[in-house]
Design a protein around this ligand. Sequence first.
Ligand SMILES: NC(=O)C1=CN([C@@H]2O[C@H](COP(=O)(O)OP(=O)(O)OC[C@H]3O[C@@H](n4cnc5c(N)ncnc54)[C@H](OP(=O)(O)O)[C@@H]3O)[C@@H](O)[C@H]2O)C=CC1
Ligand SMILES: O=C1CO[C@H](CO)[C@@H](O)[C@@H]1O
Length: 350
Amino acid sequence: MSESIRIGLIGAGENTRVRHIPGLQAIDGVEISAVANSTVESSQRVADEFGIPQTFETWQELVASPEIDAVVIGTWPNLHCEVTCAALEAGKHVLTEARMARNLDEAKQMLEASKAHPELVAQIVPSPFGLECGPAITSLLKTHFLGDLREVIVLGANDQFWDYSKPLHPRQDAELSGKNTLALGILHESLMRWAPEPVQVFAQAELFEPTRPLPEENCFVEVGVPDSLQVVAELKGGVRCMYHLSGVTLFGPGLQIHLYGSRGTIKVEFVDGQEKVSCGRADDKELQLMEIPEEEKGSWNVEQDFVDAIRGNKKVSLTDFKTGVKYMEFVEAVSRSAEANAPVTLPLES
Ligand SMILES: NC(=O)C1=CN([C@@H]2O[C@H](COP(=O)(O)OP(=O)(O)OC[C@H]3O[C@@H](n4cnc5c(N)ncnc54)[C@H](OP(=O)(O)O)[C@@H]3O)[C@@H](O)[C@H]2O)C=CC1
Ligand SMILES: O=C1CO[C@H](CO)[C@@H](O)[C@@H]1O
């Protein structure tokens, strides 16, 4: 590898332009050397905007280039498995966007590919929810603030898909997003940083409006992902857990995680990029807002983590492929349960 790390972008869309490009360009010794989007024109636009010297017509050509040390994959999940496996096989480090893959099978293929190349870094962009307050919550949990965790509520209900006249969103397209439904996987990933893993799920899902406009083809297409999902789950140790996910709740509760223990409660609300944590014990009159000192706050460190891991300075923790497979297993179990209208036990056998 040359002195500087030469990065190739595959799918430099919205999140890559807002987050990863500025994050990477701020790190000394890192060069964004090339980009491959879905079209030459779109690759060129990104190259011009961010001063990237080379474009490739296809992601396969970028992956094959000896001038690239690492790839950042910013496409929807439909390409995460194929591109990740090809890039690792070609000797490139990989940072891929969330959700890890469309389904458990693809996630497992990615994990196997990473195990076959332990010399390469394999990282998934983590759930951003709880990055800021996570360290403070972990410290609080270590003091046994909750006592025994008994019940959990996960809410991810808003109106992002309420307006049926809006075109099909990639998140509603099963070909692109697979079994990922609403904010299920991402909230579950955050929850797993604070709670034990699930041992059983029972899910039910509904699609209130089965078609959406596809303006470029002047037609309507079928929606492949539910717009309302409820999951009753049991976590290890007998913890009871409920998830309510919806994209069609006007004035819904938004994104929240509640942890109820034998001695106390922790409630986390994710509002407009802010993380609000409230806590209470039996002798409190009401929940108290937790003031987290600046030095105890975590932050988005994704690009620096990737580069540090490539330089061998630390291992990937947020988020490694093993953790990704775990949340994809949950997503898969929920999807199978909703389809069968029956409980599903974890871990899944295949
Ligand atoms: N971790 C986080 O905090 C967040 C993660 N995400 C995740 O990031 C991913 C992308 O989201 P977002 O940036 O909003 O999506 P965009 O639709 O803006 O970007 C997708 C990109 O993929 C490119 N693409 C599609 N097909 C190909 C192909 N065959 N070869 C190369 N590039 C291709 C598109 O190219 P073109 O520009 O030519 O169309 C586009 O640049 C999703 O999985 C989403 O869930 C999103 C937001 C936040
Ligand atoms: O994976 C993701 C990370 O968080 C985003 C919201 O901030 C989600 O939209 C996205 O799917």
